[in-house]
Ligand binder design. Sequence first.
Ligand SMILES: [Zn+2]
Length: 84
Amino acid sequence: MTLMPLFDYTCRSCGNEFEALVRGSTIPTCPECKSADLERLMSLPIVKSETTRGIIKRETKRRDQKQAAEREHAQRQYEASHDD
Ligand SMILES: [Zn+2]
């Protein structure tokens, strides 16, 4: 597996935002003004929140399925007790 060391940067000199592949000790420079005075954007929390949203979605779905199963069970018990 090859990890792509792709990072988001903001240039402090011209404000340009860009993505740069950073391999080893390579220091990226702004493609607009060639400045190396860059700020690496923290993109990790975005990835994290996406994952959290996915988990919440999955948990909600599972809870709904559980409730649906309980409703169905209750319905069956009701029908069974009124089967005369
Ligand atoms: Zn720049």
